[in-house]
Write a protein that binds this ligand. Structure first.
Ligand SMILES: *Cc1c(COP(=O)(O)O)cnc(C)c1O
Length: 343
């Protein structure tokens, strides 16, 4: 019996490795990566560095680990980093920078376009005074809530940081989505930054891992912290092979996810009473605001159609490589049925 497909919109982290990726992983050459002897990890790190336009890169277990390695490699105990109030590297990583790095966050509200205002950053930089933490680093996110940052913003932000002696980290978990949407090589979005963290396990479809990209000195410090944090993996080439496959095969196809997200947004937008948030800078995410009683019933209704969404009044629906156009059509129809037939 053919099993019924589950259409899972919760996140692009739910993708499973395809057959060809699994085959590449199965035959990966491996060695002990803590000795620097895993040829497949070394190949992934070289490929990531070349793609991001940096001197070096480091394979990490997750995006949270990769961001933390960057923060700890840039900052000393008693330093602070300026970061978005809703940024993953502040709000969604268990306070790791403070807990494990003795680094203080200075959160600021994001602007509606996903940037941090450079004026507000300037206002948050602490003077050199014993009362204050030392402001050392600015952390940006691209994409933020699926929004690709305006093309010239990163350049201006980088210049701003240089002028003030701050370093710039980019949480580029989904930076390839931004590059594909803006039809630009990803290096145009990363070369301004002192470090970049990129997730291989989201839209790119690898099962595990992120890469941290930066100059040799920074990556050497991050490598040391990775070992301290228990992230020194041995024959990790099996995982790295999935990452190489992702970088070689799954970047351009992110455009399909963006098309499917736009299709979904259009379809849901035609349903009376649904408030859909989707704009031209959006990549693979659609946000929908629901009334409380609809929000309480919708997930269970969709489950009967084998469609999975997160709970909450502000729905985030994420397109990814295990969702095709037919699935998006099925989803629009299911929403339409809920909001008309069941009322
Ligand atoms: C997913 C994500 C990360 C890291 O997530 P992990 O689950 O730790 O791999 C970091 N930043 C952003 C913006 C993310 O969306």
């Amino acid at each position: 019996m053919a099993s019924v497909k589950t259409i899972d919109w919760r996140s692009d982290t739910v993708t499973r490795p395809c057959k060809a990726m699994r085959a590449a992983m199965a035959v990966a050459e491996v060695g002990d990566d803590v000795y620097g002897e895993d040829p497949t990890v070394n190949r992934l790190e070289a490929l990531a560095a070349e793609t991001a336009g940096t001197e070096a890169a480091l394979f990490a277990a997750s995006g949270a680990q990769s961001n933390l390695l960057a923060l700890m490699a840039h900052c000393q105990r008693g330093d602070e980093y300026i970061v978005g109030q809703q940024a993953h590297a502040y709000r969604f990583e268990g306070g790791g920078a403070a807990v494990l790095g003795s680094i203080q966050p200075q959160p600021l509200d994001f602007e509606p376009d996903g940037t941090l205002s450079l004026e507000r950053i300037a206002g948050a930089i602490k003077p050199d005074d014993v009362h204050f933490a030392r402001t050392t680093l600015v952390c940006l996110e691209n994409t933020h809530n699926g929004l690709a940052l305006p093309p010239d913003y990163l350049e201006r932000a980088a210049q701003f940081c240089r002028e003030r002696g701050l370093r710039l980290h980019l949480d580029g978990a989904r930076v390839f989505n931004a590059a594909v949407l803006q039809r630009t090589p990803v290096a145009n979005l990363t070369r301004h930054c002192d470090s970049i963290s990129i997730c291989l396990s989201k839209g790119l479809g690898a099962p595990v891992g992120s890469v941290l990209c930066g100059d040799r000195a920074l990556i050497a410090r991050a490598r040391r912290w990775r070992k301290v944090l228990g992230g020194g993996m041995r024959q990790a080439g099996i995982l790295a092979a999935g990452g190489i496959y992702a970088l070689e095969n799954n970047i351009e196809r992110l455009a399909d996810d963006h098309d499917n997200a736009a299709f979904l947004a259009r379809g849901l937008g035609r349903i009376p009473g649904l408030r859909v948030d989707f704009c031209p800078a959006q990549t693979n995410m659609v946000f929908v605001d629901l009334e409380a009683d609809d929000a309480a019933r919708l997930p269970d209704f969709l489950k009967t159609r084998n469609i999975v969404i997160s709970d909450g009044q502000r729905l985030r629906l994420v397109a990814h490589l295990d969702i095709d156009r037919q699935d998006a059509e099925t989803t629009v129809q299911a929403f339409a049925d809920f909001f008309t037939a069941t009322k």
